[in-house]
Design a protein around this ligand. Structure first.
Ligand code: SF4
Length: 352
């Protein structure tokens, strides 16, 4: 049976978007994944993954000795092929040090000197599709699965944590949840009007509701708690129901489990967008300094992408700079909360 190793040590979203490749390879044999400590958790319970080898590249496994140690662990799984989903010099060197005979990566990758086969990096494709294409035999274009969607498998403890959180906020059964994910590592990707959106939503819910109670929930890491507090305060001031603050309270798969309960997610171009794609949660995605054409748009069946298409400065950065280089930050500042609320309510009620 073929044994593959997939090396993905990039951001969480990249790990999520690697899951279609993992599923494809699992159809042929065993798949072992090299992941960062943070990303390893998101692969728990995944049926395509035989094992996860944690590579703490910025911590315990930093430096040459750490690299050698992880390479030994990787070597022990006996992979014949390594797929370099993250193609830095360090990751590619890891596959080489592990003596994996075939090492496949993108022709644009920094670590391409360590590869034995280079695959074109198609800039017009979704990143999940680009990663999936790594498994194409030499000289062939595979037919992409339809729909192409990542997959995650929250476990019983993740679901239990969500239920406990909703109980703590006295969320009645059948309540429709509108999820907001206001955070991002990259400052210019953080839309500044989530609080205004939340108040617009709670003020319009009564008129738009189809007889189901609705509540706002805020998703994110512990560091996003101040953003959640700002949203909760704004909703309180207009007399809306208490906002459910899930920031820092759930694991990554717990957040995915919560998203599977949500009617719609409103998010920046950040990790929750990809968690929602995996759970097929209807998504309103707000793009500022980046654009979905870069390959990281939503893959949920129901989705709306909003952004100021008329701005010639977009996109201005691969991720989103920490400050707008032009100083005005119009790509985000000019996205009106009322327009976003309109899109959210249309999507939330499109199923009746
Ligand atoms: S330069 Fe344009 S795209 Fe970049 S942050 Fe500023 S307004 Fe946004």
């Amino acid at each position: 049976m073929p044994v593959s190793a997939v090396l993905q040590t990039s951001f969480l979203g990249d790990m999520v978007l690697t899951t279609p490749l993992l599923e494809r390879l699992a159809g042929e044999g065993l798949v072992h994944v090299v992941a960062t400590p943070a990303n390893a958790a998101v692969l728990a319970n995944h049926p395509a993954v035989a094992s996860v080898i944690v590579f703490d590249k910025r911590g315990a496994d930093r430096g040459w000795r750490g690299l050698r140690r992880v390479a030994e662990r990787l070597r022990s799984v006996g992979a014949q092929r390594a797929y370099l989903a993250q193609g830095s010099n360090r990751t590619a060197a890891l596959a080489w040090l592990a003596r994996i005979p075939e090492r496949i990566g993108f022709e644009t990758s920094g670590g391409k000197l360590f590869t034995t086969r280079r695959v074109p990096y198609n800039r017009t494709q979704h990143h999940a599709a680009r990663l999936w294409q790594l498994a194409n035999p030499l000289g062939h274009d595979g037919t992409l699965p339809e729909p192409l969607r990542p997959s995650l498998y929250p476990g019983a403890s993740d679901t239990a944590a969500v239920e406990a959180l909703l109980r703590a906020y006295q969320v009645a059964p059948g309540t429709s949840l509108l999820a907001l994910a206001p955070g991002s590592v990259w400052a210019t990707k953080r839309w500044p009007s989530f609080a205004a959106l939340a108040t617009a939503l709670v003020q319009r819910i009564d008129g738009a509701s189809h007889g189901t109670a609705e509540r706002v929930v805020v998703l994110g890491a512990a560091g996003d708690a101040p953003l959640a507090a700002e949203i909760a305060r704004a909703v309180y001031e207009v007399g809306g129901p208490p906002v459910i603050d899930a920031t820092g309270k759930l694991s990554l798969l717990g957040s995915a489990a919560l998203l599977s309960r949500c009617r719609v997610l409103i998010t920046n171009d950040s990790a929750p967008l990809h968690l929602a794609s995996a759970m097929n949660t209807p998504t309103v995605a707000l793009f500022g300094p980046t654009v979905p054409g870069m390959g990281f748009g939503p893959l949920a069946e129901q989705q709306v992408v909003l952004g100021r298409k008329e701005l010639s400065c977009r996109p201005c950065h691969a991720h989103g700079p920490q400050q707008c280089p032009l100083g005005h930050w119009k790509c985000m500042r000019d996205l009106a909360p009322q327009d976003v609320a309109h899109a959210v309510l249309e999507l939330a009620h499109s199923g009746g």
